[in-house]
Design a protein around this ligand. Structure first.
Ligand code: HEC
Ligand code: HEC
Length: 266
């Protein structure tokens, strides 16, 4: 690792000031494009999933190399998502650490295929960009699988951003009635079904995604979730997302302290 932690963060800030502004100014027409069918598979997503099945049959020695490859690719990502994969409390960058492998693969493949708009990240997630940073890994489906496997293994932020906490009773009621069947009792999600883990995620990121899913702006959203939350008012939305932001992941998935540094990026 020859890029210093400071320069990586600086790159992130640079990207924020250029990219996120462009995001806000995105023409409305683009977000009304015909929605892509949800998780129809194909392309890079399927290819990367084949690698995850191969990983299951590999020796510990072979997996060591896969892990090193994942670290090498993650160096690109750490510019914004930070070396710990914790993102930022203000929700600009989501926490990725601990997310299900299949979810990371789907989201990354969707972003690269432009099924999910993410102009801030898009140029950095392109095959050539990853290949430049990690020539030994390449920028294709294997790189996606290796980085997803690595990200899933990073311990999560024990101190994520939470909401104002002023409407949690309503939040709990709405969560139990509308979210549990897919995201689970504690917001743990499901790797197999591509349902994201939402527990421990930053409130402001959750809020933005929830709103975009409700309002049809996130084009890769699950249509059944869209239906489920169609009647949510802004008050309902804030209450349920606040509640979710306070659902803690199991202790064994958390870093020992909010000051933890990822030793893979010294
Ligand atoms: C220039 C900054 C930047 C870089 C570099 C970057 N990302 Fe992102 N990423 C973002 C932003 C911003 C979002 C959230 C976009 C939104 O709000 O819709 C995001 C979202 C994601 C998501 C979706 C998370 C979720 O919960 O749905 C995944 C997965 C992801 N990034 C993976 C990666 C990986 C893997 C890399 C490295 C190959 C990477 N990112 C590099 C800025 C970046
Ligand atoms: C029918 C299943 C289903 C239901 C019900 C559902 N969700 Fe989801 N949710 C999903 C799936 C699948 C995704 C990922 C969509 C994609 O592929 O991009 C998602 C994504 C999200 C995201 C974005 C996560 C991220 O990392 O970007 C949030 C936040 C979320 N759901 C919150 C909720 C809340 C809160 C409720 C209840 C009010 C709810 N969902 C109900 C299936 C569901």
């Amino acid at each position: 690792m020859n890029i210093s932690r400071v320069s990586m963060v600086a790159l992130g800030v640079l990207a924020m000031t250029t990219g996120v502004g462009a995001f806000a100014g995105k023409p409305a027409a683009q977000s009304n494009d015909k929605p892509a069918g949800w998780n129809q598979g194909g392309g890079e997503e399927d290819e990367a999933l084949v690698y995850t099945r191969k990983f299951k049959t590999m020796t510990p020695e072979q997996l060591k190399k896969v892990r090193a490859d994942g670290v090498a690719v993650f160096e690109v990502c750490s510019a914004c998502h930070l070396p710990e994969g914790w993102g930022t409390k203000d929700g600009t960058f989501p926490q990725l650490a601990g997310q299900h492998v299949n979810v990371i693969i789907k989201q990354l493949a969707d972003i690269r295929a432009k099924n999910r708009d993410n102009p801030t990240m898009y140029p950095f997630a392109l095959p050539q960009e990853i290949k430049n940073a990690a020539p030994q890994v390449g920028g294709g489906a294997y790189a996606i699988a290796a980085v997803a496997r690595y990200i899933h293994s990073i311990p999560m932020n024990p101190d994520n951003g939470v909401g104002p906490g002023d409407n949690l009773e309503l939040g709990e009621k709405l969560f139990k009635a509308n979210c549990v069947r897919c995201h689970g009792e504690r917001g743990e999600g499901s790797n197999e079904k591509f349902y994201p883990r939402i527990q421990g995620q930053h409130y402001k990121y959750l809020l933005r995604q929830f709103e975009w899913i409700r309002d049809g702006k996130r084009r890769n959203a699950n249509p059944d979730m869209v239906k489920q939350i169609a009647g949510f008012s802004d008050t309902d939305m804030k209450a349920v997302v606040d509640y979710v932001s306070r659902l803690k992941p199991p202790k064994e998935d958390l870093a020992p302290s909010p000051d933890w540094y990822n030793p893979d990026f010294d």
